[in-house]
Design a protein around this ligand. Structure first.
Ligand code: CU
Length: 131
């Protein structure tokens, strides 16, 4: 009984410290871990990323056909808005593109594959500018 009363505040304390630690990791490391888009089986993964202005995004084409990651003005417009475009990425190829330094907080950039447009199983992805 004595030890139970002593330990409970400590358990609560460590529980809270752990929660703070997990949330802290999620908001700082999470952004950096998600800066890769992998394309396989005609689909982007992930389809939604968070990034900062000036971030570099790596794109891995893990598919058997050529793909691109290209910005578009709005979902499913497939219009190459000019913000970013990897150009063609060959099968097994890897490249990078950069989020503009001028990207403002809350901006959502939509992207698609300029080789396949609506033929991708998930035609559009998003990159949201967060801090
Ligand atoms: Cu494609």
């Amino acid at each position: 009984m004595y030890s139970l009363k002593i330990n409970q505040p400590y358990l609560l304390f460590f529980f809270i410290i752990n929660l703070v630690g997990l949330v802290g990791c999620g908001s700082s490391n999470g952004l950096e871990e998600d800066l890769t888009i992998t394309i396989s089986a005609m689909s982007f993964s992930p389809t939604a990323l968070n990034a900062l202005a000036g971030d570099t995004i790596t794109v891995i084409n893990d598919d058997t056909t050529t793909h691109t990651v290209t910005s578009e003005s709005s979902p499913s417009l497939f219009d190459n808005s000019g913000t970013f475009d990897t150009g063609n990425i060959s099968p097994s190829g890897t490249t990078t593109f950069r989020i503009p330094d001028s990207a403002t907080l809350g901006t959502i950039y939509y992207f698609y594959c300029n080789q396949h447009k609506s033929l991708m199983s998930t035609p559009n992805g998003t990159i949201t500018i967060q801090n």
